[in-house]
Design a protein around this ligand. Structure first.
Ligand code: 6PG
Length: 473
């Protein structure tokens, strides 16, 4: 019989999603423009309920109507060419899903173009890596709601289930680019979380002079605190692994400190700039990767730019470790507060009507940023679905009030010791900006008016004013 769904792209993500769908009892059509991939999948999984095709036309015809087709191909030009190749064989009402890490504006464009041909197009954020794809990812679909309803049963079955209530980690996010937008911010948050953990590691290593084993043990303990999360888990594990090339060293000590990126974190910051929203912590995390990549220049600079001479004060090790833990949680809260507020503003701007509480729910499992903490965000939006900023919620307000002095100690220690902690620093700065009645922007306005007659508003009356800064000229 015909397949109930098709998957285009038999690299690891597409293959694993196809296996996951098949496991739920579906017949799955599989295709890749490169037939070697498809052949390999059929060789390794010949016992599965797969229908393999080696021509796009055959592939499309092997699927029941209205067709549901999931594309797992590289973002950008390969996605456009795949759409062009499949389009001639599709019928009105078919649903095409792009599960890649696509830039949301591309999804908005494709959704519109395809809608003109009567084809439903869903841009779906897919998180959780290879293992997630196979065993339960977090899925963030955006596009026509009717089209979502056609694929929802399958997506709910393959998605991860939240440990708190067993709910599947998938929900309709909103029209056109909404799904890929939230996946982009998810990745920005992922960059922030990773950098915060890296800074914690660096302070334990370079200020407290702890061994990898000791740091691993610390992260292991943190798993049993409010920091419990996938990224803390893997960090603890990474620090226990030996080099596989037999040098006898820990693998972490032979990995070069130049971070890569595929651009999603950068897009998240770019969008924040476009919307006029402060996404400072994530942006610092993007910059931290960029500066790390300038390894040669850093090595040169180190020869001429000395380390601070001031003595780092004697600190109690256990106490400082606990302060770092609190700084990490405090900073994570700032990062999510910024990320969620950005999504709220983007949702208003693009008319997506994104439900932030639902979003927090589907990040509780399956995705890279999954954490116990996401339940706290879900709870906050349950209390107030219109919440402007997470810091205004009672739970978060209480935590940051309790932890703020610790994060200040950690940042001060890092600055004195000459250890860069851009994301910790950014977190405390944002906190102080956000809660300040007065900021020095009165001076900025005066300067703008002085040199460019850009005018300013006054504290005591309505309207725009200009001051005669040089009347005699
Ligand atoms: C996920 C990840 C995934 C991928 C990123 C990494 O949610 O499963 O975010 O999408 O790991 O592409 O991005 P960088 O290569 O930019 O670090």
């Amino acid at each position: 019989g015909k397949a109930q769904i098709g998957v285009i792209g038999m690299a690891v993500m597409g293959k694993n999603l196809a296996l996951n769908i098949e496991r739920q009892g579906y017949r799955v059509a599989v295709y890749d423009w490169n037939s070697t991939y498809t052949k390999q999948v059929m060789k390794d999984h010949g016992d599965k309920n797969f229908v393999a095709s080696y021509e796009m036309k055959d592939f499309v015809e092997s699927i029941e109507k209205p067709r549901r087709i999931l594309m797992m191909v590289k973002a950008g030009a390969p996605t456009d060419s795949t759409i062009q190749n499949v389009l001639p064989y599709l019928d009105k009402g078919d649903v095409l899903i792009d599960g890649g890490n696509t830039f949301f504006k591309d999804t908005m464009r494709r959704n519109k173009e395809l809608e003109n041909s009567g084809i439903n197009f869903i841009g779906m954020g897919t998180s959780g890596g290879q293992k997630g794809a196979l065993n339960g990812p977090s899925l963030m679909p955006g596009g026509q709601k009717e089209a979502y309803d056609l694929v929802a049963p399958i997506l709910k079955q393959i998605a991860a289930k939240a440990p708190e209530d067993g709910e599947p980690c998938v929900a309709y996010i909103g029209p056109n680019g909404a799904g890929h937008y939230v996946k982009m911010v998810h990745n920005g948050i992922e960059y922030g979380d990773m950098e915060l953990i890296a800074e914690s590691y660096d302070l334990m290593k370079r200020v407290l002079h702890m061994s990898n084993a000791e740091i691993a043990a610390t992260f292991n303990e943190w798993r049993h605190t409010e920091l419990n999360s996938y990224l803390i888990d893997i960090t603890a594990e990474i620090l226990t692994r030996k080099d596989d090339l037999g040098t006898g060293k820990d693998i972490i000590d032979v990995i070069l400190d130049r971070a890569g990126n595929k651009g999603t974190g950068k897009w998240s910051s770019q969008s924040a700039l476009d919307l006029g929203m402060p996404q400072t912590l994530i942006t610092e995390a993007v910059y931290a990767r960029y500066i790390s990549a300038m390894k040669k220049e850093r090595v040169q600079a180190n020869k001429v730019l000395p380390h601070p001479e001031n003595q780092v004060p004697e600190v109690d090790k256990q106490e400082t470790i606990e302060k770092i833990r609190k700084a990490l949680y405090f900073s994570k809260i700032m990062s999510y507060a910024q990320g969620f507020e950005q999504i709220k503003v983007a949702s208003d701007n693009y008319q997506w009507n994104i439900h932030l509480g639902e979003l927090a729910k589907i990040w509780r499992a399956g995705c890279i940023i999954r954490a116990q903490f996401l339940q706290k965000i879900t709870d906050a939006y349950d209390r107030d679905p219109e919440l402007d900023n997470l810091l205004l919620d009672d739970y978060f307000k209480e935590i940051v009030t309790k932890y703020q002095s610790d994060v200040r100690d950690v940042v001060a220690l890092a600055v004195r010791a000459g250890i860069p902690c851009p994301c910790f620093t950014s977190a405390v700065t944002y906190y102080d900006q956000y809660r300040s009645i007065d900021l020095p922007a009165n001076m900025i306005q005066a300067q703008r008016d002085y040199f460019g007659a850009h005018t300013f508003e006054r504290t005591d009356r309505e309207g725009n004013f200009h001051y005669e800064w040089y009347p005699e000229e």
